[in-house]
Design a protein around this ligand. Structure first.
Ligand SMILES: NC(=O)c1ccc[n+]([C@@H]2O[C@H](COP(=O)([O-])OP(=O)(O)OC[C@H]3O[C@@H](n4cnc5c(N)ncnc54)[C@H](OP(=O)(O)O)[C@@H]3O)[C@@H](O)[C@H]2O)c1
Length: 327
């Protein structure tokens, strides 16, 4: 049964704009009288975070540090990564935050980074797959993959798969995939993951890769059923970050001060990583601390068979072994 709060929340959700802007965030914060996400303790827990050098990743890194977590920071530019680490240490003296350089679009780089993470992090409690970008023109990586799909689908798949066994040693292991509401606009052509058909559009490639990322998280959660790993996706709504300003300047201008702040955008990342109640479900998509639908129109729906097929295809593309489901 829907109560009045859920009804108001769901109505906002259907209307997209009030839901994704800071209006939606503030409405739900008041409706549910949330505790501040940073009030959940993370002391003694280690978070592996991709994309900490900008926007949402930077905001999440600062918050996790304040919550008492140790961090492993994965970024593609050594200079930016070190600057971020120095800022975090200045904000939170004594923070443990080793850095690992990785280009998420290169599987060789991701494999090397995963090995380094396993060296520096004897314990992994949370993996946050946050790094992402909209790539305006179709590019093929040196390994032969379309770059958007490589960076936001294949790279994260390999990283999480290679860290999964260590993660499972945690008493409270969680995976948080940062996706985008943009995925609602696109279906995933399972027979054209490399985007070889039709004219390439960055926003479309981005939305497809995000849809694939979410389908893989659902499939991973299904395969991990019976273990203690909780794996969920979240989308942040629309937040004012360097990424949005650079890739969607017109959109950023249009939405203006109704864009969420980075802190508002990461609220559900922190909540999924830290809140005891966020362990209740796995394999779902969240916005503002609540489960949301995977699809807004039936034509984008991927069946369980489609998701299993995608998993198998991604294993074949990456050459990864099936990640172990036992610790
Ligand atoms: N902001 C929003 O409204 C919004 C909405 C929906 C979804 N998202 C998602 O939220 C996540 C964070 O986005 P943001 O808005 O914070 O963007 P951002 O400010 O551009 O930050 C993106 C981060 O990802 C890193 N990154 C990008 N490509 C990478 C690669 N190939 N290898 C390693 N790191 C890479 C960037 O590193 P550099 O600093 O080196 O560039 C940066 O740290 C993304 O997955 C994005 O798709 C954001």
């Amino acid at each position: 049964m829907l109560n009045a709060r859920s009804l108001v929340d769901n109505l906002a959700e259907v209307l997209v704009v009030p839901s994704f802007t800071r209006l939606g965030f503030n409405l739900r914060r008041r409706l549910y009288d949330w505790p501040d996400a940073e009030s959940y303790p993370m002391t003694g827990r280690t978070v592996v975070l991709t994309g900490p050098t900008s926007g949402l990743g930077r905001a999440a890194a600062g918050a996790f540090a304040r919550m008492g977590a140790n961090l492993v920071l994965l970024g593609r530019d050594a200079g930016r990564l070190e600057r971020t680490r120095a800022e975090l240490l200045a904000e939170t003296p004594g923070l443990a935050a080793p850095t690992v350089v990785v280009d998420m679009a290169s599987l060789a780089s991701v494999r090397a980074a995963a090995a380094q993470v396993l060296e520096v992090a004897p314990q992994i409690d949370v993996i946050v797959d946050n790094a992402g970008a909209m790539i305006p023109t179709r590019e093929v990586t040196a390994e032969g993959f379309e770059r958007t799909f490589a960076a936001m689908t294949l790279g994260p798949f390999v990283l999480v798969s290679r860290l999964q066994q260590r993660l499972m040693e945690s008493p409270d292991p969680r995976i948080v995939a940062v996706t985008s509401g943009g995925m609602y606009t696109q279906s995933l052509p399972l027979d054209d993951l490399a985007y070889e058909r039709g004219e390439y559009q960055g926003a479309l490639a981005y939305a497809r890769a995000k849809r694939a990322q979410v389908a893989l998280i659902r499939e991973r959660a299904r395969r991990l059923r019976g273990t203690n790993v909780v794996a969920n996706a979240m989308h942040p709504g629309w937040a004012n970050t360097p990424g949005v300003q650079a890739s969607l300047p017109g959109f950023a201008k249009l939405v203006g001060d109704q864009l969420r702040s980075p802190a508002e955008g990461v609220d559900t990342i922190l909540w999924l990583a830290a809140a005891p109640e966020a362990r209740a479900v796995s394999g779902r998509l969240f916005l503002d601390r609540r489960v949301r639908p995977f699809d807004r129109v039936p034509s984008t729906r991927l069946s369980a068979a489609d998701r299993a097929l995608l998993w198998g295809t991604v294993l074949a593309m990456t050459g990864e072994p099936e990640p172990t489901a036992r610790g």
